[in-house]
Design a protein around this ligand. Structure first.
Ligand SMILES: [Cu+2]
Length: 137
């Protein structure tokens, strides 16, 4: 089953750092950093693709490493693509691997969570995932 729909790229800050190095050295460094860089999601609440009975008060995503609060974002949109969270998301003050955003009461329907984070090594990863709020009809 498809788990996280995610991707990763090196942003300008991390590329600029190595731009004066010979290509071979740069390649070696990037290869090395790929082995331990990047923060990827580990698990979330609501879980990926799940249908929940009640509107969740928050969406929370736990990553496999610490992320930078200043460069990490999360938002939730409805089936029409409209953002439903009223305030910006944040990195949890007590847990630097947890990205979270508060939600108002959600109507039954499909929602999608978009996240973008920068790990402490400046590598950015981003992606999105769906969840559904079940409704009494
Ligand atoms: Cu990277």
């Amino acid at each position: 089953m498809a788990y996280w729909d995610r991707k990763h790229y090196h942003d300008n800050r991390s590329l600029a750092r190595w731009s004066s190095f010979p290509a071979l050295v740069m390649g070696l460094l990037l290869t090395t950093s790929l082995a331990w860089g990047h923060a990827f999601p580990d698990h979330s609440d609501p879980r990926v693709g799940w249908t929940v009975d009640k509107s969740p008060a928050q969406v929370r995503i736990w990553f496999d490493g610490a992320i930078e609060p200043a460069f990490s974002t999360i938002k939730v949109v409805n089936a029409d693509g409209q953002q439903v969270n009223k305030q910006d998301g944040r990195v949890n003050a007590a847990d630097p691997t947890l990205l979270e955003v508060d939600l108002p009461p959600l109507s039954p329907g499909k929602y999608r969570v978009f996240w973008s984070v920068v790990a402490i090594d400046t590598h950015r990863t981003e992606g999105d995932y769906p969840f559904t709020v079940a409704g009494a009809r």
